[in-house]
Design a protein around this ligand. Structure first.
Ligand SMILES: Cc1cc2nc3c(=O)[nH]c(=O)nc-3n(C[C@H](O)[C@H](O)[C@H](O)COP(=O)(O)OP(=O)(O)OC[C@H]3O[C@@H](n4cnc5c(N)ncnc54)[C@H](O)[C@@H]3O)c2cc1C
Length: 385
């Protein structure tokens, strides 16, 4: 497997070599866990990867050089996600959502919240989830309608969330609700709810891929004031800051899947003979491989640039982050599709690696902001500058 490290060395200091060496040994552990989400979550901790979700100052690990000891190592996370997605996109998505479900606590959690949640994230005994999307609020995050009504010394939550990854294995949820719908995004507030909170129910959703996900319903779920994460009305900004950090890692995951598809395709066309010679001898086939490899390396460089900007402490890196997510996920879709094409009929046989990747790559163009939303961010920044 060729890691980003090899082509984007200027953005990745030598200290990342240690992680790269560790990541190349992932396959046996993860393949042993198959699609068992809870087992995969524990394996991620055993492999030391969950500690990458936390800054060193909060018990995490940084193998690169993030902006400060209180920042997560975004380049390290990108390397981890690329390597994980190469082997197991399910494990990769579990790690990513662990990050989404803990980063708001890293940023704005109280000492009590940090003590309650972060050690479990590091050792795998706790699993987080990030609950933003609702039936009528997807891309338009500010339209969320789940309410958190102040009540005595706490709040009462009512509403519904959909497409919440890690439902089924999560032990805590970061939930975004409004304390006053009339205030729009300024009313949105974050809360931390533990699994089993009275009034909170979970319901699984089935996707075409192995991905733990489901709905959350809040039917008068009462939480203490201490469950609030950050200030009243600060939830929208907190959600955006979280996404701005993790979105670039979605691009890295896309590179992992595209890299696997390319490797599978190269092996296949070398081995497959038609018209009396290997397919790899056909110029059209080589041309397709060249396109795939170029898209992949361009994606890796965009991801590396955005991750480097985050680690260098850039005040805003939204454009770089959105470009990386947009280009890497759209390119990976094309690379995987081309790999299926190079496999011919074998490419659509259920269970083959490229057939699985064809299903697994699709959601990456949708979650953490669709491709259209990334274009809106990039275009908006260009016009405002
Ligand atoms: C596998 C998976 C995992 C997910 N995990 C989570 C999770 O853990 N937590 C969470 O909160 N959410 C999660 N989501 C939800 C995800 O973030 C949303 O699906 C996504 O933000 C899009 O929202 P939507 O599905 O409501 O689509 P919509 O917002 O209804 O959009 C439909 C289409 O319209 C386009 N569109 C919308 N607005 C505009 C516009 N202004 N201009 C141009 N085009 C536009 C979109 O790009 C899209 O193509 C997950 C989704 C998936 C598929």
């Amino acid at each position: 497997m060729r890691l980003t490290l090899e082509i984007a060395r200027p953005f990745f200091e030598a200290r990342h070599d240690a992680l790269a060496a560790r990541l190349t040994g992932l396959a046996p552990t993860l393949e042993g866990a198959g699609h068992d989400a809870a087992r995969l979550a524990r394996s991620l901790a055993d492999l030391g990867l969950t500690r990458l979700l936390l800054p060193e100052s909060l018990g995490g690990a940084a193998i690169g050089q993030p902006a400060s000891p209180s920042a997560v190592d975004v380049r390290g996370l990108c390397l981890a996600r690329e390597a994980l997605a190469y082997v197991s996109p399910t494990a990769d998505s579990i790690l990513a959502v662990q990050g989404l479900g803990s980063y708001p606590i890293v940023l704005e959690g109280t000492p009590e919240q940090r003590a309650r949640v972060l050690p479990g994230v590091a050792d795998g005994s706790g699993v987080g989830a990030f609950a933003l999307t609702e039936p009528d609020a997807g891309s338009d995050v500010a339209a969320i309608a789940t309410t958190a009504t102040p009540d005595g010394d706490g709040y009462v939550l009512r509403g519904e969330k959909v497409f919440i990854s890690n439902v089924g294995i999560a032990t805590h949820f970061i939930v975004f609700a409004t304390v006053d719908p009339a205030r729009g995004r300024d009313g949105i507030t974050a809360f931390m709810l533990e699994r089993g909170t009275p009034g909170l129910t979970e319901e699984p959703m089935q996707l075409g891929v192995e991905h733990p996900i489901g709905r959350l319903r809040f039917d008068g779920a009462k939480v203490p004031r201490g469950a609030r994460v950050g200030a009243e009305g600060g939830g929208f900004k907190l959600a955006m800051r979280t996404l701005d950090t993790f979105r670039v890692t979605v691009g890295a995951a896309a590179c992992g899947m595209a890299g696997r598809a390319l490797d599978e395709a190269v092996a296949r066309v070398r081995a497959r003979t038609q018209f009396g010679k290997p397919l790899s001898d056909q110029p059209v086939v080589r041309s397709k491989l060249a396109e795939m490899a170029t898209l992949l390396d361009a994606s890796r460089l965009l991801v590396a640039r955005a991750a480097h900007a985050k680690d260098a402490g850039a005040a805003r890196a939204s454009t770089e982050v959105s470009m990386a997510k947009l280009f890497a996920t759209e390119s990976a879709q094309r690379v995987v599709d081309d790999a299926v094409q190079l496999f011919g009929g074998m490419g659509v046989v259920s269970g083959s690696v490229v057939e699985r990747l064809y299903r697994e790559i699709r959601p990456l163009r949708i979650y953490e902001g669709t491709s259209e939303i990334q274009r809106l961010i990039i275009g908006g920044d260009l016009v405002r500058r």
